[in-house]
Design a protein around this ligand. Structure first.
Ligand code: NAD
Length: 442
């Protein structure tokens, strides 16, 4: 079936054949969701272990709801997995590139995976297809992908930029119910194909140029990260000025022009996106002769913020040498096992430098954390980590930590000191229960 016929058939409800190159947090969720909508999806990864695991019906990542989604679509034959890009591309009408775009040494986005994926796609091209960049890529990458494909393939094809806004921990819901779907394309047919693909979601679609779509993603992430860094700085001022950041943020957020979201003070942002995307945006600015002072400052403020709990702990205990510190939460945020740029790593390293004895617990991220910090001692539960502790630092606001039984905690700790890196506890309640409490800006 030709690309045009396919686009027509899709418009009357027949489903599409899709290849997803890169089966990570984004590629796997996108692939599983598109399969669940009825499309036929083949996911590709260079990591053979990942593909073998997926073939055996197991997800290589922790993401709520993903296991069930995979199980159903594998069973019903809508999703399959391969290490061969060629095999997946040859059968597909739409090819998603969802490989990683990590940070390189100087902050620039490393496009080596995108380039090699584009080259593999190019070599396998056997007809008119839409090549969709889902990875977060610097402005101009759409043209780069086009150039790479043109080197190997002389037929018609269309490159589209379709940045992804899902959040780990709520990725499936975010993908299926997005605030908006951004489709950057200069080709009407490709635009229509994407519109048909996403039509079942009933979401607002924004059609732009490829370059604008690429920048929308970086602009969004940098603005969200800036909002958090901003409120974290106000929280530091609250600490000194005897104000309460929760009250201050509530008051600020009630202004409709600002809104209440991303105004929670804490021990800094991390994860696979904000840190690298903010740095990549600053670098992109430099390449285009534009100094982006605000994202740069947001990043610098965040680096400092990650160590705020350690500063607070030192202020309370003076020397940390030999002190037993319970770290609750390791993943960069709740409901994920992702440890990329997690504040817990900075915190644990700083405590280690101070010769503290750290015992950590996380509901799902301990295996991933062990890869980054093989020296880290872990416990089987929050209470086990708190046994004999001279202080607890709450790093990640998992629900189970919100529900701790503080009477029990008080009994097992050696010294009832709580450093609440995410402001999830009530100072009043903890102080009434005999704890010393330190939040962020409270
Ligand atoms: P990831 O590291 O979890 O997954 C990337 C996968 O691509 C890996 O499994 C890797 O083995 C595979 N890969 C690399 N080169 C390949 C190739 N040539 N062929 C096939 N597979 C290849 O990354 P991720 O978190 O899924 O992110 C992917 C992209 O999406 C990034 O650009 C990221 O910035 C963006 N993004 C991520 C999120 C998120 O929350 N993780 C959200 C929105 C956008």
């Amino acid at each position: 079936m030709s690309f045009r016929e396919y686009a027509f058939v899709a418009s009357v409800g027949v489903l599409m054949k899709i290849a997803v190159i890169g089966t990570g947090y984004v590629g796997l969720v996108v692939g599983a969701c598109l399969a669940d909508l009825g499309n036929s999806v083949k996911c590709v990864d260079v990591n053979t272990e990942k593909i073998e695991l997926l073939r055996s019906g197991k997800s290589p990542i922790f993401e709520p709801g993903l296991d069930e989604l995979l199980e159903r679509n594998i069973r019903e034959g809508r999703i399959s997995f391969t290490t061969s890009t060629a095999e997946a591309v040859k059968e597909a009408e739409i090819v998603f590139i969802a490989v990683g775009t990590p940070q390189s040494q100087n902050g620039k986005a490393d496009l080596s995976h995108v380039k090699s994926a584009a080259e593999e796609i190019a070599k396998a091209m056997n007809g008119e297809k839409v090549i969709v960049n889902k990875s977060t890529v610097p402005v101009g990458t759409g043209s780069l992908v086009e150039e790479i494909i043109k080197k190997h393939y002389k037929g018609r094809f269309h490159v589209v930029s379709n940045p992804e806004f899902l959040r780990e921990g709520s990725a499936i819901n975010d993908f299926l119910k997005p605030d908006r779907i951004v489709i950057g394309s200069s080709n009407e047919e490709a635009r229509k194909t994407m519109e048909e693909l996403y039509r079942p979601l009933g979401a607002k679609m924004l059609f732009t140029s490829i370059e604008s779509a690429e920048l929308i993603k970086y602009g969004s992430n940098a603005l969200l990260a800036t909002k958090i860094s901003f409120i974290n700085e106000i929280a530091r001022l609250c600490d000194r000025a005897n104000a309460d950041i929760s009250e201050v943020a509530t008051g600020i957020g009630l202004d409709k022009r600002i809104g209440p979201h991303f105004l929670r003070a804490g021990c800094g942002w991390g994860g696979s996106c904000f840190p690298k995307d903010v740095k990549a945006l600053v670098f992109m600015g430099e390449e285009h002769g534009v100094e982006l002072k605000i994202p740069r400052a947001a990043d610098e403020a965040n680096m400092e913020q990650k160590l705020e709990p350690v500063r607070k702990l030192k202020a309370k205990l003076s020397s940390l040498e030999g002190k037993r510190i319970a770290l609750l939460g390791l993943s960069f945020k709740p409901n994920t096992d992702d440890m990329r740029e997690a504040p817990s790593v900075e915190i644990a390293n700083a405590l280690r430098k101070e010769k503290a004895k750290i015992v950590a617990f996380d509901p799902v991220a301990m295996e991933e954390a062990g890869k980054k910090m093989p020296w880290l001692e872990t416990a089987g539960s929050a209470y086990e980590a708190l046994e004999g502790a001279d202080a607890m630092i709450l790093v990640t606001e998992w629900n189970e930590f919100k529900e701790l039984d503080f009477e029990r905690v008080k009994k097992v700790m050696n010294n009832p000191l709580v450093i609440d890196g995410r402001n999830i506890y009530s100072r009043k309640q903890l102080e009434e229960s005999g704890f010393e409490y330190e939040g962020i800006g409270k």
